[in-house]
Design a protein around this ligand. Structure first.
Ligand code: GLN
Ligand code: ZN
Length: 754
């Protein structure tokens, strides 16, 4: 019989329980035992829930307290040396010190897990990194699961993925650690075998990347070492196709392979012919990365084809771990019923797997009702006037070639902008937000609960805007912002005012540690029925003679930080967003806002996993940005802003956005990033962040001066702006005023010297 299994499950709980327990523990409100006890009860509940939903092999070991990559390091005894901690005797305090740092250690670095919004802790490698099998915790969890009668399938981050994701701290080559790391993994597998575990899932998502030849060559020897243990290995690949590595994968001594058939359905055809008899092939047919109810008929079609070749060696699974999916649609009691009927979160996805198994084993007739319900959902999405707005499609279709271009090239625009802006050398500005104080958040919450009348809320936000304007004028900043007091979140604020967006109450997804995000869902054609920011910006402009900068979130970031409909290409959704934003840009301009910033902090993270797909992405993403900013007068100055990313490899694409001014985060990299812009001869104006806004520390004038001197060494003064790294919403007013005062003092001094 084909087996239904799951690759991983959301960890934080239906109401983010784990988040709140973690935070209570960190604040010292609950003891370690209490936290561990809560976490145990939660993971047991999740195991039973999965079993109840029909999962026949339940993932165990994936329910990390903070991060599964950190757990993998503990499992093989490879903690970063600088902490002086021993994995074998690691307690909770030590575990969280690794994750969050303490007075004497900075935390392990964090970065995004492939192309998800989950952040893992980056392993730190040295030539002398030692490994040992440290399976106690995993073994204990396996016993715990079995005591509940749950068929436990331990899940491990694979050794080569673990190595790849880390950084060498001493210039050594991490791959050289592979043989010793493999020994430690074999030790872990031996311990699991001794427990009577039969199957172990071992995740090697790096197989979906472009891997250098020496990394590919490492798979055979590493897996030879692992194969010595008496367990069956299920090698899990996901987030992309691995057909290009079929020969390599088929030759590995593993008992099964998992394929992501959502991201890369075509790879099934590459794997089926000649697949070794009795070797399991796990078909990931339910989307673990998105929120839509599956098209069961289509998924069943894939499974039927696979089963004809594989028989019972076909396993059925989600495309990847459900970590990236919210937990349970049933909690969304306030959502419109039709929209809700289109959604499936983790719990619903497991149910879909169970149905698919019945369908593939007993025939379509066995799930006839469910199939017609699924077909009905597909049809209702296909035909719904809520999804399809003919005017949006018509507008996109009628875009003239070059519609994404400004009237003139940058030099001509710059002259016209300079003529009215009359900015001094080294113009100063900020990135958009000013402190989101407790009072602002309280007013918004009261307004949402209906306890504060709309007019009173508006008045309160106007007060905040007026305050921000006064403070900026007092500081002497040149291009002002209104401060974004009225915005809950830079994506949600816009999504709530656009068509085609829905919002959940409990659709949280873990971002890192206790942090979760609740991405909005784009279900239909996007349009902008009404101006979104014009009244606020116009009010702010009315308070000052200085130029007021309008502030919008760009189309790529709106796309990237949402769950996106799966019935249209992302490029198309992005262009719809761009046109909606362009309406806003033109309305802002008409209202007298002639400096407009369109934030794109997520441009880089949208890059596809495989290099071969980069150009196509950058082409449509760039076009979308330009579309959003097109049609304005040459004299209107378009800014963009990007943060937390390395841009070196996409500089041509950033230049192609053709923003008049770009502000970027650079202070934490000591302006290193800026040199890349200089080497590339970035043509337009640029504002490298001169201080780190992530820390409450007030930057000294000397530090800012040093960074600006570095910037002036590589960028001509007439193209250089002065600004912080990013928005100031997470800071308090006293810090903000002091930091900006220092920034202004340095700028004034420098202007005199230039
Ligand atoms: N304008 C936004 C702000 O200032 C930009 C935030 C971001 O780049 N992440 O908060
Ligand atoms: Zn930023």
């Amino acid at each position: 019989m084909s087996t239904v299994h799951n690759l991983g499950f959301p960890r934080v709980g239906a109401r983010r329980e784990l988040k709140f327990w973690l935070e209570s523990y960190w604040k010292g409100e609950i003891a370690a035992d209490e936290l561990l006890n809560h976490a145990r009860i939660l993971r047991e509940k999740h195991w039973l829930l999965q079993r109840g939903a029909g999962v026949e092999r339940v993932p165990v070991g994936d329910a990390a307290l903070y991060d599964h990559v950190l757990d993998a390091l503990v499992l093989v005894g490879a903690l970063p040396k600088r902490f002086g901690l021993d994995a074998a005797s690691l307690d909770l305090k030590g575990y969280f010190t690794l994750a969050r740092g303490d007075a004497t250690h900075h935390a392990m670095e964090m970065t995004k897990w492939f192309d998800t919004n989950y952040h893992y802790l980056v392993p730190e490698w040295r030539a002398d990194t030692a490994f040992f099998a440290n399976p106690a915790r995993l073994v204990a969890e396996v016993r715990e699961a079995r005591a509940l009668g749950v068929a436990a399938k331990p899940v491990l981050v694979g050794p080569l993925t673990l190595l790849w994701l880390g950084k060498a701290k001493d210039g050594s080559a991490p791959l050289e650690l592979a043989p010793r790391l493999a020994e430690a993994y074999a030790g872990v597998l031996d311990a699991l075998a001794a427990e009577g575990v039969d199957w172990v899932q071992i995740d090697e998502p790096i197989l979906a990347l472009d891997l250098p030849a020496e990394w590919l060559a490492a798979f055979a020897p590493v897996y030879q070492t692992l194969a010595e243990a008496k367990v069956k290995l299920l090698l899990a690949t996901y987030f992309g196709g691995v057909a290009d590595k079929r020969e390599l994968i088929a030759a590995l001594p593993v008992a099964g392979v998992h394929l992501d058939l959502v991201r890369a359905p075509e790879q099934l055809d590459a794997f089926l012919p000649g697949w070794p008899a009795n070797r399991v092939l796990s078909a990931g047919v339910i989307d673990g990365r998105n929120v839509w109810r599956a098209d069961l008929s289509a998924a069943l079609g894939q499974l039927e084809a696979a089963r004809a070749t594989l028989g019972d060696a076909l396993w059925i699974a989600p495309s990847c771990s459900l970590l990236h999916s919210p937990l349970d649609v049933a909690q969304e009691t306030e959502l419109d019923v039709e929209l809700k009927s289109w959604l499936a979160f983790a719990v619903q996805k497991l149910n879909e797997l169970k149905l698919l198994k019945r369908g593939v084993v007993h025939g379509r007739g066995d799930i006839a009702n469910e199939l017609s319900a699924s077909d009905f959902v597909q049809q209702s999405r296909r035909n719904s006037p809520r999804v399809h707005r003919p005017e949006v499609a018509a507008r996109l279709a009628s875009l003239a070639p070059g519609a994404d271009r400004r009237d003139s090239a940058y030099p001509a625009r710059a002259a016209k902008q300079a003529a009215w802006l009359k900015l001094p050398l080294l113009p100063t500005t900020t990135i958009g937000s000013f402190p989101q104080t407790a009072a602002i958040r309280a007013a918004r919450a009261a307004f949402r609960r209906g306890e504060l009348a709309e007019a009173d809320y508006q008045a309160a936000m106007r007060e905040e805007i007026a305050l921000a304007v006064r403070e900026q004028e007092a500081l002497g900043i040149d291009v002002l912002v209104h401060g974004e007091a009225e915005r809950n979140d830079m994506v949600e604020y816009f999504g709530e005012q656009l068509t085609g967006y829905l919002f959940t109450r409990h659709g949280w997804v873990q971002s890192y540690g206790s942090r979760c995000v609740k991405p909005p869902v784009i279900y239909g054609d996007v349009a902008r029925p009404h101006p979104m920011t014009v009244a606020w910006s116009a009010y702010a402009q009315s308070l000052t003679d200085k130029p007021m900068k309008g502030m919008l979130t760009g189309p790529v970031t709106m796309l990237q930080w949402s769950f996106v409909r799966d019935d249209a290409p992302r490029s198309l959704v992005c262009k719809q967003l761009a046109l909606a934003l362009n309406d806003e840009v033109l309305d802002l301009e008409a209202a007298g806002i002639r400096v407009i910033q369109i934030d794109e902090p997520a441009l880089r993270e949208g890059l596809p996993l495989k290099r071969a797909d980069w150009d196509a992405y950058l082409a449509w993403a760039g076009e979308a940005f330009r579309l959003s900013s097109a049609g304005v007068d040459d004299a209107t100055q378009i800014h963009t802003h990007m943060c937390y990313s390395e841009f070196n490899d996409i500089l041509p694409a950033i230049a192609a956005l053709d923003a008049d001014v770009i502000t970027i985060e650079t202070s934490r990299s000591d302006m290193e990033l800026l040199s890349a812009f200089a080497d590339f001869a970035y043509p337009n104006e640029i504002g490298p962040g001169v201080y780190d806004i992530h820390s409450p520390r007030i930057p000294a004038e000397e530090e800012i001066e040093r960074l600006l001197a570095k910037a002036l060494a590589v960028i001509p003064a007439r193209r250089l702006w002065v600004n912080p790294d990013c928005g100031l919403k997470t800071r308090g007013w006293p810090e903000v005023k002091a930091a900006l005062a220092n920034m202004m003092a340095v700028t004034r001094r420098l202007r005199e010297k230039l």
